[in-house]
Write a protein that binds this ligand. Structure first.
Ligand SMILES: Cc1cc2nc3c(=O)[nH]c(=O)nc-3n(C[C@H](O)[C@H](O)[C@H](O)COP(=O)(O)OP(=O)(O)OC[C@H]3O[C@@H](n4cnc5c(N)ncnc54)[C@H](O)[C@@H]3O)c2cc1C
Length: 281
């Protein structure tokens, strides 16, 4: 971005989050500052001034603020998940999902969870992470709720439903991705990640995340499709039928990071590997 804009406001209250004409929200700015100014944008509203606690965990589960940076996500929840077999072992998925982004450590210090989800890129690995963890996004609807400074005027949407296409997200203009919530029940469950890219440092072109839930494994495909797809997988045959359906419905995403055919083949292989790992084969 050549920063050809008129204003930057730092949001400190919910009222500050009400956008004026031409304004958009700013998270870490790692996307906004790397692209030309979008048509019609003349101002930024910096959400990092809201001072939200980056993450917290209690009996209800894990909460991650929209402004939590990827670095904070790894050093906090990611570190909790580093202990194999511990009460937070599902969070072992955090660090590899952050690594699946082609970000330098400098960019990772600024890039936020909310910015990654709000962009809705197929290679946005926060989607695969939080869908696998059965997370819900809390979204502040636009405007300030009457008689309230916080808490009301919000809606919830499963992260699985948040991104509906490549760069298409269920966020109306002026809506803020306030936080994502991971239910406590999943925190101790086993998780898995498999990914493929054309080169060792290339953008993720197929990603399969999964979790061994009480009712069996659930696997989620992102990056090779425009929006996350999940399957409660019973066996390998069910995995194959699921991938076959993606073939027949033309579900595969294609760009310079991989052809449809290659992504389809990689996804099938990764999905079977993830299933095997989750069932302990
Ligand atoms: C070198 C490089 C490599 C990259 N690699 C990848 C990659 O592999 N995969 C990938 O997905 N992305 C990638 N990106 C894009 C981007 O850096 C990341 O998606 C990052 O996570 C965006 O977060 P951010 O906080 O910087 O967003 P910003 O740039 O601040 O904002 C991005 C968008 O989200 C909106 N937004 C931000 N926060 C919120 C919020 N809380 N509520 C509502 N809207 C919000 C903004 O208005 C804007 O439209 C890359 C960028 C660079 C520069």
């Amino acid at each position: 971005m050549d920063l050809d804009i008129d204003t930057v406001r730092v949001a400190r209250t919910r009222a500050d989050c009400v956008l004026r004409p031409g304004e958009v929200f700013l998270g870490g700015g790692t996307y906004l500052y790397s692209e030309p100014v979008p048509a019609g944008v003349s101002g930024l509203v910096d959400l990092t001034g809201m001072g939200w606690e980056p993450w917290s965990v209690d009996g209800a589960g894990l909460r991650v603020a929209g402004t939590c940076t990827l670095e904070q996500l790894v050093s906090g929840p990611g570190a909790l998940g580093a202990h194999t077999g511990g009460p937070y072992r599902a969070l072992g998925l955090v660090a590899p999902c952050v690594s699946a982004l082609t970000l330098s450590s400098k960019v990772g210090r600024s890039a936020t969870v909310g910015g990654n989800l709000a962009l809705g890129l197929p290679a946005g690995s926060m989607v695969g992470l939080f869908v696998a963890l059965d997370a819900v996004a809390v979204i502040w609807t636009s405007g300030v709720p009457t008689g309230s400074t916080d808490g009301s005027g919000a809606r919830e949407v499963a992260v699985a439903e948040l991104v509906t296409g490549a760069g298409v997200v269920d966020l109306a203009p002026g809506e803020v991705l306030r936080e994502v919530r991971v239910p406590s029940a999943v925190l101790a469950q086993r998780t898995v990640l498999r990914r493929a890219s054309l080169t060792s440092t290339g953008r993720t072109a197929a990603m399969v995340t999964g979790r061994a839930g009480d009712q069996g494994p659930t696997i989620t495909v992102t990056a090779s499709v425009a929006a996350a797809l999940s399957l409660h997988a019973r066996d390998h045959a069910a995995v194959d039928r699921w991938i076959d359906r993606m073939d027949s419905t033309g579900a595969w995403f294609e760009d310079v990071h991989g052809s449809r055919e290659w992504r389809a083949a990689m996804t099938r292989r990764l999905a079977h590997e993830a299933f095997d790992e989750l069932v302990g084969a």
